[in-house]
Structure formats: structure tokens, C-alpha cells
Design a binder for this molecule. Structure first.
Ligand code: FEO
Length: 171
């Protein structure tokens, strides 16, 4: 049986993952309207991934005797000044998620809740991957600068990164 404190923390995390999914969907849609097709496909896939994260937590909370709750989420940002601003926003959100996951790991270990610690370790590894990926994209955008042709190449490259990640996940 899960503690009430851990159940509440995981329920808060469900909201965070739901918000991430909706924020990335809004980003994907903005990219689509701006003609950044590579970034749009990257963000549509990210939105799906965040939904999967959310569902993983829902399943775990219910499996260990808690009650997974769905809460209201705030409206995400729908427009951006640039791809750089959009990915900086993404990085900020992922860093907040990492902080929240780490806090729950700490809580689980303190309470000797080894099942929750074990469950959360998947998210610890996932966050390392996600932060590193977004940092890589921000580096790429910095190198591309503002020139239209370079931005187009960067957009294609970001779309390719997503397809490669998907191919890796399917293996
Ligand atoms: Fe599920 Fe990207 O945090």
C-alpha cells in the first residue's frame, strides 16, 4: 500500500506530465503553422511520449492501492517568437520535471518505499535522455543562427533526430 504522501506526489506528477503533453502539442501545432515540419513531427511525438509517461504513473498509483486522479491543467503557450524560445521553454519544463522526480525518489528512499523508488528510476533515466536531447537541439539552433537556409537544415535535422529515436525505441 502506498503512503498518502507518495500518492499525492505522484498525482501531482500526473498533472505535470499531462501539462507537458498539452504544451508539446501546442508547440507542434505552432511549428506546423510556421512551416517547421521537422520540429512539428518531433513535438507531436513528444506530446505522445508525455501521455505515455502520464499513463504509466496512473497505472502504478492504482496498482499499489492508491487512486490516480485527473486534474485540470492550465492552458499552454500557443505561440513563440522563435524555435529557440520554444526549445528553451521545453528545457525549462523538463528541468522542472527532473526536479520533481528527484524529490519523489528522495521521499521514497527516506520512507523505505523501495517499490516506488524502483518505479521512479525509469523516469530518472528518461529525464537524463530528454534533457540531453533538448540541450543538443539548442546547440544546433545556436550554430544555425538566424539565416533561413540554416534554420531549414536544422529543422530537418531535428525531425530526423525524432525518427532515429523512434527507430531505437522500436528495437
Ligand atoms: Fe515526462 Fe518529459 O517529462
Amino acid at each position: 500500500m502506498i503512503s498518502k504522501k507518495m500518492e499525492d506526489a505522484l498525482n501531482k506528477q500526473i498533472g505535470m506530465e499531462a501539462f507537458a503533453s498539452s504544451a508539446y502539442l501546442a508547440m507542434a501545432s505552432w511549428c506546423d503553422t510556421e512551416g517547421y515540419k521537422g520540429c512539428a513531427s518531433f513535438m507531436y511525438a513528444q506530446a505522445e511520449e508525455e501521455r505515455v509517461h502520464m499513463l504509466k504513473i496512473v497505472a502504478y498509483v492504482n496498482e499499489v492501492g492508491g487512486h490516480a486522479l485527473v486534474s485540470t491543467i492550465k492552458e499552454p503557450q500557443n505561440s513563440f517568437k522563435s524555435l529557440k524560445e520554444m526549445f528553451e521553454e521545453t528545457l525549462g519544463h523538463e528541468q522542472a520535471v527532473t526536479k520533481s522526480i528527484n524529490k519523489m525518489v528522495d521521499m521514497a528512499l527516506t520512507a523505505k518505499d523501495f517499490a516506488s523508488n524502483n518505479f521512479l528510476q525509469w523516469f530518472v533515466a528518461e529525464q537524463v535522455e530528454e534533457e540531453s536531447q533538448v540541450n543538443g537541439i539548442l546547440d544546433l539552433l545556436r550554430l544555425a543562427g538566424k539565416d533561413g537556409r540554416s534554420m531549414l537544415l536544422a529543422d530537418r535535422e531535428i525531425g530526423r533526430m525524432r525518427s532515429q529515436a523512434a527507430a531505437g525505441e522500436a528495437k
